[in-house]
Design a protein around this ligand. Structure first.
Ligand code: PLP
Length: 481
């Protein structure tokens, strides 16, 4: 048995060369990458149905197996035929950054366990605040994604808002029930966060939206007043800087003012759309985001990062520390060289942390933010192109209008009645998944089922959009009406 898990330098070189070949093969055929491969679940499970391997195997042969069963069967998240959910496709320099990050295995928890990585994370937080026009004093932390970013923001919100009750120690016992407000279009991660924070989703007020799927401000204020009257403690408004269904941006200035008037925390869920506020042509739509007490952002969306990376920003570092610092003897910093070291474990829930910010830092350095913004603009232009194609067709119907990169629509065929339209759009989802050429999913707008195309992927072009509509028509023609 060897003395460590390491390979010889020559063996490692061979493994790396093989890995390089596999990576290059991924990018070589991207424009033909199918959206999905329709292998039955039992078949995929059978590929991995084996006992715990007690003895190792040859790494090169293992990479061949990985190619066959993992790489070649992967859902087409990189390529131009992915429209489902929010799948941004990653980027090459971040793939390399992730590889280097795990090579040096820094722990972005204490400054001296990853000095460069800690300073890089601080710098990425500064750059992020600059991108979206947030305060230069902002504190922040890299997290796993948008859901974690909202949970983090709302945890700080709860702890700071309830400072006088010392909820860190006392919990919520004996307090008036807290209430939280958001639009009916708000992402389910807010519900999950509210439930994890012990506030209870019954205390989450999902306020109706207007014709553009933005929160109805009048109903919001009426609900807050009614709750105060009924003995609740309204504590937080969650505004949307781009909803997941249609990309709707709430009136964030109005929400900030309402929050201020009722002395509430103002959190913005910018996971889907927050970073687009960096585009001068859309800046006005986001007015008021800079007033937020906390903001959730997702870099594996509109910064084209590979999973996972999100970010929470707050107005200063102190509120993070107030929420998350917990003294522990073995983490004590008092004997360390006295400097201005920032300890991320004192500003976030996790102790051990991967250095996620490194890939953002490398991509910003390699591509430049201007080039990334150009890709955002391309995504927006392609979405407008898709909307035009739908509107000028006779067999599709546009169901939402967005400033961002989501188009909701229905296939309406020729002379189908309402029931048939409903049935065929439902039937299209599994039929398209089986077909696999493109991957698209659906959602509901005001209770009505629609197809939803999300276009955040720097590898798409107008031909990809034409292909999307072509494949839907083609598959629809095979379905009974
Ligand atoms: C508006 C919004 N908030 C939160 C999330 C959750 O983000 P994540 O999947 O990174 O947890 C999403 C995901 O699409 C989103 O669009």
């Amino acid at each position: 048995m060897k003395n460590s898990l390491d390979y010889s330098q020559q063996e490692l070189q061979d493994i790396l060369q093989k890995t390089t070949e596999l990576v290059l093969q991924q990018y070589a055929k991207l424009e033909q990458q199918d959206g999905f491969h329709d292998y039955p679940q039992t078949k995929v499970a059978s590929w991995f149905d084996e006992p715990l391997p007690l003895l190792g195997s040859d790494a090169i042969a293992l990479l061949d197996l990985v190619k066959q069963r993992v790489l070649d069967t992967a859902t087409g998240n990189l390529g131009p035929n992915m429209y489902a959910y929010v799948m941004a496709g990653g980027n090459q320099i971040s793939t390399i950054a992730d590889f280097l990050t795990s090579t040096i295995n820094q722990n972005a928890t204490k400054w001296h366990l990853g000095p460069a990585m800690t300073e890089i994370e601080k710098r990425v937080i500064k750059w992020t605040a600059e991108m979206i026009g947030y305060t230069t004093e902002a504190g922040g932390v890299m997290v796993s994604g948008g859901s974690a970013a909202t949970l983090t923001g709302l945890t700080v919100a709860r702890n700071v808002f309830c400072r006088q009750y010392n909820v860190n120690q006392n919990g919520l016992f004996g307090m008036q029930p807290l209430t939280v407000y958001c639009s009916a279009e708000t992402h389910s991660s807010t519900d999950k966060s509210i439930s994890l924070l012990g506030i209870g989703t019954k205390q989450l007020r999902r306020i109706a939206t207007d014709s553009e799927f933005k929160i109805d401000l009048q109903q919001l204020q009426q609900q807050i007043e009614a709750d105060i009257e009924a003995g609740f403690l309204p504590f937080c408004i969650v505004g949307n800087a781009g909803t997941v269904n249609t990309g709707a941006i709430d009136d964030l200035t109005a929400l900030a003012h309402i929050a201020k008037r009722f002395q509430m925390w103002f959190h913005v869920d910018g996971a889907y759309g927050g970073l687009v506020s960096s585009l001068p042509e859309l800046k006005d739509k986001y007015a008021g985001m800079e007033l937020a007490d906390s903001i959730a952002l997702d870099f594996h969306k509109w910064l084209y990062q590979p999973f996972e990376i999100g970010c929470t920003l707050v107005r200063n570092w102190d509120v993070l520390r107030e929420s998350y610092f917990k003294q522990a003897d073995y983490l004590d910093t008092s004997l360390e060289v006295k400097t201005d070291r920032l300890e991320f474990n004192e500003h976030y829930f996790q102790l051990s942390r991967s250095a996620k910010a490194f890939k953002v830092w490398m991509s910003l350095k390699a591509y430049g933010f201007t080039q990334i913004q150009a890709m955002m603009q391309k995504d927006l232009a392609l979405t407008r192109y898709l909307e035009q194609q739908i509107q000028s067709s006779t067999d599709f119907e546009l169901m939402s209008q967005s400033d961002l990169a989501i188009a909701c629509f229905r296939y309406i065929g020729n002379q189908l009645d309402t029931a048939q339209i409903m049935a065929i759009n439902h039937a299209l989802i599994p039929a398209l998944e089986k077909d696999g050429r493109i991957f698209i999913t659906g959602t509901r707008l005001r209770g009505e089922f629609v197809l939803r195309a999300c276009i955040i992927n720097h590898r798409k072009n107008t031909e990809s959009i034409d292909y999307l509509l072509h494949v839907i028509r083609d598959v629809a023609s095979t379905l009974p009406t």
